[in-house]
Write a protein that binds this ligand. Structure first.
Ligand code: TYD
Length: 206
């Protein structure tokens, strides 16, 4: 099922999704949007951030369950200030999320195989548009390391595995007839150029 008014940005760490969301926040009509991110700022999301920092060590399957639980709260709950996406989209806001279930199908499939993440995420709605920020991990990791503090997934071997898996996941969805529009972006291009493509796509929406 497609959730109308729901737009998702996906890509490996350092691909530039947050930068583009920050650009959208500066649009004169930014109040038409509801900007959000996964993990959310609910208690589950905060716990996941501790895991990502390496402060809590979890079995990879536990992480897969928690990312899915956080997603359910993101869509349907009130557990955090950025939760309740379905209600926002149904009220007419254009919801833009930095990451969604494609992150689980990618990252968690690298850490615990693809069966569990697939099963946990199969009933969630798909976005109207998915922007996939495709980038070579050597370039993106340089951006991430330039920021200072890093998370447990932000290592070259892991990012290489993730980049390959992302491309495979996106290709699978391109072959399915889901009704979701997939836009692949060359995320090594200049910020302004990518921003133009995103704005054009958003303007085409009915
Ligand atoms: P990220 O989106 O890069 O946020 P920040 O810029 O604050 O570090 O970090 C979130 C990390 O969580 C990223 O490495 C991907 C990972 N992640 C998963 O492994 N599975 C998921 O389902 C989601 C939503 C994120």
């Amino acid at each position: 099922m497609i959730l109308k008014n729901f737009i998702v940005f996906e890509g490996i760490d350092g691909a530039g999704t947050s930068t583009q969301i920050n650009m959208l926040k500066k649009r004169p009509d930014a109040d038409r949007f509801f900007f959000t991110t996964e993990p959310t700022d609910s208690e589950t999301g905060k716990f996941l951030r501790k895991m990502l920092k390496g402060d809590v060590e979890l079995d990879p399957r536990t992480s897969a369950f928690l990312f899915a639980a956080d997603r359910n709260e993101h869509l349907y709950g009130k557990g955090g200030s950025n939760c309740g996406v379905v209600a926002q989209a149904e009220s007419g806001k254009i919801v833009v999320s930095d990451r969604y279930l494609f992150s689980s199908l990618t990252y968690q499939s690298v850490t615990c195989g693809d069966e569990l993440p697939r099963r946990l995420n199969e009933s969630f709605p798909l976005p109207e548009i998915l922007f996939f920020f495709d980038i070579n991990p050597e370039i993106s990791l340089k951006r991430v390391l330039g920021r200072g503090e890093t998370e447990i997934y932000e290592k070259l071997d892991f990012q290489k595995a993730t980049a390959g898996r992302y491309r495979a996941v996106i290709s699978e969805y391109e072959k399915m007839n889901t009704g979701m529009k997939i836009i692949r972006l060359d995320a090594s291009k200049p910020i302004e150029e990518i921003s133009c493509i995103i704005n054009e796509e958003l303007a085409k929406r009915k």
